[in-house]
Write a new protein. Structure first.
Length: 114
């Protein structure tokens, strides 16, 4: 029996699905933005969430159990994605600009020989 619903599973895979969609459509700006959001979330937001959670001074009765510790990374990933998506960090735009520039230098025209 699976306790993970399709809605929560879809939200876990949402960043990957958005990256794949932009890659399939050839939308370099969208692909760069999604990659930048993923990078900022993984490199900056998730570690901050983890450090905030690990620095808790909860009494023994309120400390996280085994299940909470096991699912914590999944929760942090979803929360990080939502924070980056809704906050409109300027860092995301700058990283996306750099990604897009690097894709422009390495991308070949469609009719070019391979």
């Amino acid at each position: 029996m699976s306790y993970v619903t399709s809605a929560s599973n879809a939200s876990l895979l949402a960043p990957d699905a958005r990256l794949a969609q932009h890659a399939r459509s050839g939308d370099t700006r969208g692909l760069a933005l999604e990659a930048a959001k993923t990078l900022v979330g993984e490199a900056f937001v998730k570690p901050v969430l983890a450090s905030l959670r690990d620095s808790g001074l909860a009494a023994d009765a309120f400390k996280p159990g085994t299940a909470e510790k096991r699912f914590r990374p999944m929760f942090d990933a979803m929360l990080s994605d939502r924070v980056v998506e809704s906050s409109h960090f300027a860092l995301v735009e700058r990283v996306a600009d750099r990604f897009e520039r690097s894709m422009g230098h390495t991308a070949k025209p469609e009719g070019a020989a391979r």
